[in-house]
Design a protein around this ligand. Structure first.
Ligand code: ATP
Length: 809
């Protein structure tokens, strides 16, 4: 009996050079085909046996499985194909596909054609190197010396518990195929996700015909009337219908300040240095001009722009933002706008870059981009043809230590383009248009870069900070002409829609006060810690306390980071309706650029290391038109020293001139001792359990790591080897000291469970439903009571701070 085979497509899309817009005037789009095998496909059906004919898998006539529209494209399950009348036989460990009736089961030559040659897979294996990832992220992110403990005790893989659901998406698919094939498809899926392809949320996986698209775009999806509702865009700048449709679809009825100022200048061909608050729409300020070029040249094949970002998450986010804005182009060619970051197979990315019509706009981290172009000089020639170069979060990209990679990229591209300096530090007419954007252009970040004239520039008191930074940048970046400075946030301060506050506590009580804040002010909260160990510990602590908590830090694999971000988003939206907190605990890998909707609070568990970091961390709330709260937890000693310094940098010149004290601007959150005391005991137990959990995980990892290292070296591990290494031995003893016995863990978990069942009461109040200062019955009826503290009114940190501010005035 022949079976029905099912295979998964690369997100239902593929690369069909033959059908790419480049050769068809942009009219046709990639045909949906899958390349499931690394084997070079045969053009002809192979010789058969008495039961059927052995057929190469890529020659089979797969049929698309229709999946209901209501299903999300989560994990790429929209790309299923099936075939009848084919058996799988394992011969010499390899799968053979036996077709009973080759006429029915095999594609006609015109269907199979040369496509597979075009996208022939090389036997490249998976290049993911966890250690390499770590190094990359150490460069760009926040790892501190010693944070990793034993040699990658954390590896690049997250703790077992966290990894469980990071399992291969494909496992649920009923596939009669070789495991190897499945893992290849998994890789493909990762690449498609890496390229930001899933951004086409909810859209059909099979692109529609052009006519159909017109109907969709102008009929169902975008009300043509809406376009008339965008006079605030059209009166200020000339934009294509495609761009206006994108804006209309996202309900962006007017440009933000930075967009209104920067887009017309960019469309006029100016190089730009742009500064605006966090969450003020800088992505589209540089993105729209680049997309306009793509709209005008949809059938072309040369790359239009490269956007560099300092972190992978940001690169993915910018990709999705751009794809969403250019949704109709993205529908036709999902590979026109792609991201290029570390953490996933470089070979897959390299292959995709070679196709005409693909990768017209690239959003990349500098490390991976440099690696790719240095492996293939042809790519240097290709990318030197760009019209636009963007540095998002430019100050971070150009920061000490990171500039080298970027400098090398500039040199490679400049040389290939044969750029000639026309005037001092300007490449008039020969270069690309450069746009650099950030919320901060702090002098602190540049002053570590060694330049001969930097000190002199720093003394020039008449020039403002942006001018000085620009003078410096002019020596580093190949601008076409002197960039126009667009500074819509000249005071360089925290976004005006963010209410700031302080919580003072002992350094050892940060966990407890975080728990307190989350309990009293539930909502979507992003907590920033300075050390990865603190992220892990707090995540474990809050999870034991029953709070929906997720973590993201730079020693996690890229896949897990993206997954956790996604899970946090999902959980936040369901918890919101129940008045429950949802927490994302992050290292500074999440401080810049991330645009997570509806973050109500940012909590600085540790004081940020600089004012810029504080501005970026706080800027994860109050995105777009929203308001938000940023709270710093600090000890009394910190308030005297580092905090004072931080506030001094943040206070505007006018405030300083008026002798205004920062304490007046930043209120201390009042703590209700009655509530806090009820949280203390449960917090203490959660703390013990969290320490035990982390110590146990870490010891297991250390042991695994040592064993693997010994296996790799082909030596047998002597149980005394560890104790010979003093640091390892000390670490081990320290961790063992935090471990609990199995029974102890069980007892504590039981105790905690009982405690968590008990409701928290305001002022330890016991009963009196209608008596006392708060009428509980009233609260119940009017729904004015707190979701988790009996006798407490509903609270909102933002409202509280606003009222507080009014009272202080
Ligand atoms: N014209 C607009 N009207 C309303 N919302 C907008 C507009 N442009 C962008 N947004 C939204 O504002 C939010 C912030 O945009 P974006 O991420 O570009 O900010 P940013 O200035 O780059 O922030 P950061 O400095 O933190 O990186 C996004 O959710 C985006 O969709």
């Amino acid at each position: 009996m022949t079976s029905k085979l099912v295979q998964r497509l690369l997100k239902g899309r593929n690369l069909d050079k033959k059908n790419s817009g480049a050769k068809n005037g942009g009219k046709s789009r990639p045909k949906k085909v899958v390349k499931p095998s690394k084997k070079k496909p045969s053009k002809n059906v192979k010789s058969g046996n008495e039961k059927g004919v052995a057929v190469d898998v890529s020659d089979l006539n797969w049929k698309t499985v229709q999946i209901p529209d209501t299903m999300d494209d989560y994990g790429g399950f929209y790309g299923l194909e099936e075939i009848d009348g084919v058996d799988v036989k394992i011969v010499d460990g390899k799968a053979q596909f036996i077709a009973k009736d080759p006429k029915k089961a095999v594609k006609s030559p015109s269907e199979s054609g040369k496509l597979d040659d075009d996208i022939e897979e090389q036997d490249d294996g998976d290049d993911e190197n966890p250690m390499q990832d770590l190094i990359e992220f150490k460069n760009m992110d926040d790892l501190e010396e010693g944070e990793l403990g034993a040699p990658s005790s954390d590896g690049s893989e997250e703790e077992a518990g966290q990894d469980d659901d990071m399992e291969d998406d494909i496992k649920d698919v009923n596939v009669d195929e070789e495991p190897q094939q499945r893992s290849e498809e998994k890789e493909e899926d990762e690449v498609s996700s890496q390229l930001g392809i899933e951004a086409a949320d909810g859209e059909p996986e099979q692109p529609a015909d052009d006519d159909e698209l017109e109907v969709n775009v102008f009929g169902d999806e975008v009300d043509i009337e809406d376009l008339e509702g965008l006079p605030e865009w059209t009166s200020r700048m000339k934009l294509s219908m495609t761009t206006l449709q994108g804006l209309s679809k996202q309900y962006f009825v007017r440009p933000t300040e930075i967009q209104a100022a920067a887009i017309p200048l960019a469309l006029d061909g100016h190089d730009i240095m742009g500064k605006a608050s966090t969450g003020s729409g800088k992505t589209l300020a540089y993105g729209i001009p680049i997309l306009e070029k793509l709209v005008a040249d949809q059938s072309g094949s040369k790359p239009i722009g490269i956007i560099f970002t300092p972190t992978r998450e940001l690169a993915h986010q910018v990709t999705q933002h751009m794809q969403k804005q250019a949704f109709s182009i993205n529908k036709k060619n999902p590979y026109a706008i792609v991201s290029l970051t570390g953490g996933l197979s470089i070979h897959k990315q390299e292959r995709l870059l070679k196709y005409d019509g693909c990768a017209r706009i690239i959003i990349a981290t500098p490390g991976r981009f440099l690696e790719i172009i240095e492996r293939d000089p042809k790519l240097i020639d290709r990318f030197s043809q760009i019209d636009y170069l963007v540095l998002d979060e430019a100050d971070r990209l150009l920061q000490d230590g990171h500039f080298d990679e970027f400098d090398k990229i500039l040199k490679h591209l400049g040389k290939a383009r044969n750029m000639k300096r026309k005037v001092k530090s300007e490449y008039a007419g020969t270069g690309w248009q450069t746009m650099i954007f950030s919320a901060t252009f702090s002098m602190d970040l540049f002053n570590k870069l060694v330049t001969t004239n930097w000190k002199k520039l720093g003394k020039d008191k008449d020039t403002n900070e942006m001018e000085q930074a620009l003078k410096h940048l002019m020596t580093k970046i190949n601008f076409r002409s002197k960039p126009v400075i667009v500074d819509v946030n000249p005071d360089n301060k925290i976004h005006s829609k963010i209410a700031e506050a302080l919580i003072e506590c002992l350094p050892t009580e940060r966990d407890l006060y975080t728990y307190y804040f989350l309990t009293v002010y539930p909502g979507t909260t992003l907590v920033f810690c300075n050390a990865i160990d603190s992220v892990k510990k707090l995540n474990s602590y809050l999870t034991f306390l029953g709070i929906s908590s997720f973590q993201i830090h730079s020693s996690m694999t890229q896949k897990n980071r993206l997954k956790n971000l996604e899970k946090f988003r999902q959980e936040a939206s369901s918890n919101k309706t129940h008045g429950k907190p949802t927490v994302l605990i992050a290292s500074d890998v999440a401080a810049r650029g991330l645009d997570i909707p509806d973050i109500k609070h940012v909590l600085n568990y540790h004081l940020p290391r600089s004012a810029d970091v504080y501005i970026h961390r706080s800027g994860r709330t109050a995105r777009g038109d929203n308001e938000g709260v940023s709270v710093m937890i600090c000890s009394p000693q910190e308030a005297m020293g580092p905090l004072r310094k931080l506030r001094k940098v943040l206070s505007s010149k006018s405030e300083a001139a008026h002798g205004k004290k920062w304490q007046k601007d930043v209120p201390v959150f009042p703590i209700e001792p009655g509530v806090l005391s009820q949280l203390r005991d449960r917090g203490a137990i959660a703390n013990e359990l969290a320490e035990d959990q982390l110590a146990t995980r870490s010891l297991t990892k250390d042991a695994n790591w040592l064993k693997k290292a010994a296996d790799d070296l082909g030596i047998e591990l002597d149980s005394e080897d560890e104790s010979k290494d003093i640091i390892l031995a000390k670490n081990k003893v320290k961790k063992q000291g935090k471990q609990l016995g199995k029974q102890e863990v069980k007892d504590l978990q039981f105790q905690l469970k009982q405690m968590l069942k008990k409701p928290i009461r305001k002022d330890l109040r016991k009963s009196y439903l209608t008596g006392g200062s708060t009428n509980l019955a009233d609260d119940l009826v009017k729904n004015t009571g707190h979701a988790s503290i009996i006798g407490h009114k509903k609270t909102d940190a933002l409202e509280f701070l606003k009222k507080n501010k009014k009272n202080r005035k």
